[in-house]
Structure formats: structure tokens, C-alpha cells
Design a binder for this molecule. Sequence first.
Ligand code: HEC
Length: 94
Amino acid sequence: MKVLNIAIAAAALLVAAPSMADVLADQKCTTCHDATAKKVGPTWKDIAAKASADDIKAAIEKGAKGKYGKIPMPPQPKAKGDADAIVKAIMAHK
Ligand code: HEC
């Protein structure tokens, strides 16, 4: 039974991993952000190290500026409904 549970957990992870990254692509966050390559915005890795879940939600709702560099991030109102999934996807880069 234990083996079966582990197999199910592993399968769930395989399914969860790509869809977590997809929410960031679907919401066009990846236009400015990448996991490890600096683009217009900071990397998900940098953000996961510096930001809290509340910071991430605030960035989506109100935008962000001054924390990582000179370029500000505009608010992303369309992504609000996916905020929880986005927090998880970004924090997965810790
Ligand atoms: C037009 C480019 C652009 C887009 C699109 C964009 N961002 Fe950003 N983002 C930035 C920039 C630039 C910063 C750095 C702002 C700063 O220095 O504080 C940033 C910072 C952030 C931060 C850090 C906030 C903090 O307080 O630490 C988070 C979280 C974030 N972005 C999430 C997202 C998410 C989620 C999306 C998609 C819904 C997204 N971004 C789309 C440019 C963008």
C-alpha cells in the first residue's frame, strides 16, 4: 500500500509541475520574468528569495517598483483570479 501511495504522489507531482509553470506563462508574466535569466523583471528565484506571498499578491494588484532595480512592474489585473496559483508557482523556485 505504501508503494502505491508513493506512486500516486509521484504521479501527482508530475502533473502539478508543468501546470504550475503554465499559470505564469498563461498570464504573460514570462514576458518580463524567467526562472533564472534576468529579463525586464527579476528572476522567479530572486523574487522567491525576497518576497512574501503578500508581496506577490500586491505586485499583481498594484504593480511593484524600487525593490529590484529601476524598472517598475505595471499592475496585472487579469492575473488576480490566479493569485494563489501564482504565489505557489513563484515560491516553488525557492
Ligand atoms: C512589463 C513587464 C512585467 C510583467 C508583464 C510582469 N512583471 Fe513582475 N516585475 C517586473 C519588474 C520590472 C519588477 C521589479 C520591480 C521592482 O524593482 O520592485 C517585477 C517584480 C515582480 C515581483 C516582486 C514583488 C516584490 O514585492 O518583491 C513579483 C512577485 C512579480 N513581479 C510578479 C509578476 C507576476 C505574477 C506577473 C504576471 C501576472 C508579472 N510579474 C508580470 C516586470 C513585469
